[in-house]
Ligand binder design. Sequence first.
Ligand SMILES: CCCC/C=C/CC(=O)SCCNC(=O)CCNC(=O)[C@H](O)C(C)(C)COP(=O)(O)OP(=O)(O)OC[C@H]1O[C@@H](n2cnc3c(N)ncnc32)[C@H](O)[C@@H]1OP(=O)(O)O
Length: 393
Amino acid sequence: MAGLAGRFARRWFSGLLGSPLQVPALGLHVRGPAMLASQKDFNNAVSQVKLLKEDPGNEVKLKLYALYKQATEGPCNVPKPGMLDFINKTKWDAWNALGSLSKEAARQNYVDLVSRLSASSESPSPEAPAADRKQPESDSLVVTSEDGITTIRLNRPAKKNALTTQMYHDIIAALQAASKDESAITVLTGSGDYYCSGNDLTNFTHLPAGGLEEMARSAAALLRDFVNCFIDFPKPLVAVVNGPAVGISVTILGLFDVVYATDRASFHTPFSHLGQSPEGCSSYTFPKIMGSSKAAEMLLFGKKLTAQEACAQGLVTEVFPDGTFQKEVWARLKAYSKLPPNAMRISKQIIRNREKEKLHAVNAEESSVLRERWQSDECMNAIASFLSRKAKL
Ligand SMILES: CCCC/C=C/CC(=O)SCCNC(=O)CCNC(=O)[C@H](O)C(C)(C)COP(=O)(O)OP(=O)(O)OC[C@H]1O[C@@H](n2cnc3c(N)ncnc32)[C@H](O)[C@@H]1OP(=O)(O)O
C-alpha cells in the first residue's frame, strides 16, 4: 500500500512539475508597477525550476503550480474537480486558495520562490554548525551562537547602527545560515546606546554608473530580498531592542515573533519627513497589529512611540527597566531556547504560513513604490538636508 501511495505521489507531483511549468514563453501582457518581475524574469524562473538540484518537496511544488496558474491565467475560474479526482482536486485547491491575487503579484511571488529555492539548493551544508558559519564581510555585524541562541548583532555604535548596503547583505546571509544551524532561537540586537537608526542615508550617495535610476532599482531589489528573509524565517525570531529604533529597524518588527525592549527604546518611522514610504510589510502588519489610525499616525505623520506606548499598541511584547534589561531578557531567552526546537518551528509555521503569500505581495509592492520615491525631489531634498547637517529627526 505504501509503495502504491509512493508511486502515486511521485507521478502526481511529477505531473505538477510537468507541462504547465515548462511552457517557455506565454506572451503575457505585462502590466503593473515597473518593480514587479518582468515576463522575462518569470520565463527565466520557469526554466530555472527544471535545473534545481534538489527536489523541493511536494508542498513547494504545489505552491509553484498554483502561482504559475495564477500568473498565467489569473484567479481560478474552472469548475472544481470531483471528490475522487484527488490529483486535480488538490491542484485546484492550491490555485483557488490564491484568491484574487493579481497576475503580476503571482508572477513576482513565483520568481521570488524560485530564487530562494535556487539559493538554498546551492548552499553547501543543510546543518552548518556555528563554527563553520561564513562570517560577515565587515565588523559592522557580529554573529554568534551559544546556548541554543544565534545572535545577530548590529555593531556600528558610532553611527547608531545605521544599516549600510553591506550590512543588509550580511544580515541576509546570517539569517540564511541561522535558519539551518542548530540553534533554537535567533535574536537581532544592537551594540551601544541605539538599537538601529535605520537605513544609512549615505547609501544614497554612492551612485552607480547607471545613475539615480539604477541606484533606486538595486536598492529596491535589495530591500525586497532583505524583507523576504524575515518573512520566511522558519524559527522563533526575537528582537532585543536595546535603545531607540528608527525606520526599517522598526517596520520589520511586525515580522518578528517576540519583541523585548528596554524602557529607553523609542520607535520612529519618519517616512514622510524623508519623502519616503513604508517598507518591511508595515503597511500591512502595523494596521493589523495596532489598528489603522494608530498605524497611520506612525507611518504617515512619523509619530515617535515610547517603549510603553509601543507595548500598549502590540508592537512590543514586553518592556524592561534599562538597568536590568540585558540580564532579564537573556535569562528568559536561555530558558526558552531549551524548549523542543521542532515544536517551536511547527507552531511558528501554523501561526505564520497562511499570511506568507500576502506578505510577499506586500513586500513587492512596497519595494516598487519606494523605488519611485527614492528618485523623487522630496526624498533627495530630505537626504541632502540630513547630510548637510540641517536636519535631524
Ligand atoms: C536598501 C534598503 C533601504 C531601506 C530603507 C529604509 C528607510 C529607513 O530606514 S528611513 C530612516 C533613516 N534614518 C534616519 O533618517 C535617521 C538619521 N539620523 C538621525 O536623525 C540622527 O543621527 C539620530 C536621531 C538617529 C541620532 O541623533 P544623535 O544626535 O543622537 O546622534 P548623531 O550625532 O546624529 O549620530 C552619530 C553619527 O551617526 C550618524 N548617523 C546616525 N544615523 C544615521 C543614518 N541613518 N544614516 C547615516 N548616518 C547616520 C550621524 O550622521 C553621526 O555621524 P558623524 O559622527 O559622522 O557626524
